[in-house]
Design a protein around this ligand. Structure first.
Ligand code: ADP
Ligand code: MG
Length: 245
């Protein structure tokens, strides 16, 4: 529905023991919106997006995903995880399963999709990421870029409404970065709601509706890419951009 929010983060704080990793974070991701999060290492980017599918719990404030509030006593956590796909820096494929099975396992075992339908669906998404010919190989037989595209296909096979990417290209050899960014760009152009942590500023410029800059557990600045890159407001943003651009 137009105008509906995919993710709402309100006054969220989080601690690891005595260390406060997130400070009063506020962020709204509208359906169909593409957000890029950037910021120095250790600024809390991964922690924040891992809170969106409850891989991490926050201690203060509210997070709502597709209208479901994430809190301690929730019964809907599985529902949230089914609808929020996540792609990690290090692919995290199942090494003992073929590419095809990597993409069939979730739909079959978590969503109860019949085997034939799960296979058709997996092949559909492997075609979308342009590696259907790799279906019967094992992850270790693929290049890093191919493995990351399998990870994207595997996530898509669960038919999520939101995709989270945590530095999806930062573990790749340089020559493989483009093919993965291209795949994510295609999804973005098809209207997928996405939050992508990345330092690929060319990608951010081309794809993001909004760029969010984090430092030391806080959102320091956010804006449309044109303004964010040409006229950053905060010293910390300027310093960061001078290092990554
Ligand atoms: P980023 O993704 O921006 O590099 P992270 O969210 O991974 O940042 O980490 C933010 C801070 O929280 C860092 O100081 C990191 O050392 C710390 N941290 C991350 N995960 C844990 C954990 N499980 N336990 C304790 N500290 C953590
Ligand atoms: Mg991180």
């Amino acid at each position: 529905m137009i105008g509906e929010n995919a993710i709402e983060v309100k006054h969220v704080s989080k601690w690891y023991g005595a260390f406060q990793v997130l400070h009063d974070v506020n962020l709204t991701v509208r359906k169909g919106e593409r957000i890029v999060i950037c910021g120095p290492s250790g600024s809390g980017k991964s922690t924040l997006i891992r809170c969106f599918n409850r891989l991490e719990a926050h201690q203060k404030g509210d997070i709502t995903v597709n209208g479901i509030s994430l809190h301690n006593k929730m019964r809907d956590i599985a529902e949230v995880r089914r609808k929020v796909g996540m792609v990690f820096q290090h692919f995290n494929l199942f090494p003992h399963m073929t590419v095809l099975m990597n993409c069939m396992a979730g739909p079959m075992w978590i969503n109860g999709v019949p085997k034939k339908e799960a296979r058709d669906r997996a092949m559909h998404y492997l075609k979308k990421v342009r590696i259907p010919e790799q279906a019967n190989k094992f992850p270790s037989q693929l290049s890093g870029g191919q493995q990351q595209r399998v990870a994207i296909a595997r996530s898509l096979s669960m038919q999520p409404t939101v995709m989270l990417f945590d530095e999806p290209t930062s573990a790749l050899d340089p020559e493989m970065v483009a093919e993965v960014l291209e795949t994510i760009t295609t999804l973005a152009h098809e209207g997928m709601t996405m939050v992508c942590v990345t330092h690929e500023m060319g990608f951010a410029r081309a794809v993001a509706d909004r760029v969010v800059f984090m430092d030391a557990g806080r959102i320091v600045e956010e804006g449309r890419p044109d303004g964010f890159f040409s006229d950053p407001q905060h010293e910390r943003t300027k310093l960061f951009l001078s290092q990554v651009l």
